[in-house]
Write a protein that binds this ligand. Structure first.
Ligand code: 6PG
Length: 260
């Protein structure tokens, strides 16, 4: 593993470069287990927001299939949330919930009441966002104006520098008041529901998991580029008082200047 020291764009974040996608997935799994055990030891539960995408999916599959990882987590203490969801029913092929169900939920024992999915089947995406906002407020016992403090937020990165469903130019990408937003995403030709940047940033630990040469330019723009969050939404991710970790494979980090 090559380490890149934090550059300006990462605001003191930890940037870890792994040799290849398999090593990246393993590093992400090790981080997930570490964060889960620390949260459960400290607070009796682990609240994690999962990301959609193919890179995070590999992580969920490894956690579910490698006994040393799977058995290291007290799954009955784990509460799963989603950083974002497509506005589709849970059995739809585009559903992030379905992806997690197939990769993880069908293989580990998590009580249904600990699975806090975004209801993509609602009549309109705003209703899904409102319902999810209410669920977050209830679970975390939030007063008006408070942000939930997730123990871990997992994020992917699109080649367009989107993260979660905060997309370049989308109507509510820069939202700071609500906890959850719904908006039309032109590039996806679909409505998306997403946690907002303040909620993502309130987490104890935020981990980007990014693989592939096709993401290298987005990584460079977000980490080292000029600040333009509406163009590069992943630049919105700056933990309020938590930890930010970039887990990259060598291909995704290839445009970052080498550090000592
Ligand atoms: C989604 C994700 C999205 C994803 C990135 C990276 O719902 O698609 O939340 O933000 O993480 O697009 O996806 P890949 O890892 O598949 O490139």
């Amino acid at each position: 593993m090559m380490a890149h020291s934090a550059s300006r764009g990462t605001h003191g974040a930890e940037v870890r470069v792994l040799a290849d996608p398999a090593a990246l997935t393993r590093a992400a799994a090790d981080l997930f287990v570490t964060e889960a055990r620390a949260a459960i030891d400290a607070r009796g539960r682990f609240a994690v927001a999962l990301s959609g995408g193919s890179t995070p999916r590999a992580l969920y599959g490894l956690l579910a299939t490698e006994a040393a990882l799977r058995d290291a987590i007290a799954w009955d203490r784990v509460h799963l949330f989603w950083g974002d969801e497509r506005h589709v029913p849970p059995e739809h092929e585009q559903s992030n919930y379905r992806m997690v169900r197939e990769a993880l939920l069908d293989r580990v024992r998590i009580a249904p009441e600990n699975v806090h999915r975004i209801a993509g089947e609602t009549s309109d995406a705003d209703a899904a966002a409102q319902a999810y906002q209410a669920e977050l407020r209830a679970f975390f016992g939030l007063a008006e104006g408070d942000s939930p403090r997730l123990d871990l937020v997992l994020l992917g990165l699109g080649a367009d520098a989107h993260t979660a469903s905060l997309f370049p130019g989308a109507a509510r990408t820069l939202e700071r008041r609500d906890l959850v937003v719904a908006h039309w995403v032109e590039s996806a030709k679909a409505y998306r529901v997403s946690l907002t940047a303040p909620v993502l940033n309130a987490a104890r630990t935020i981990a980007f998991i990014v693989s592939g040469a096709d993401k290298a330019q987005a990584v460079q723009q977000v980490v080292d580029g000029a600040r333009d969050p509406l163009r590069y939404p992943a630049q919105l991710i700056e933990p309020a008082d938590g930890r930010l970790v970039w887990l990259l494979d060598r291909a995704a980090s290839s445009l970052l200047p080498p550090r000592a």
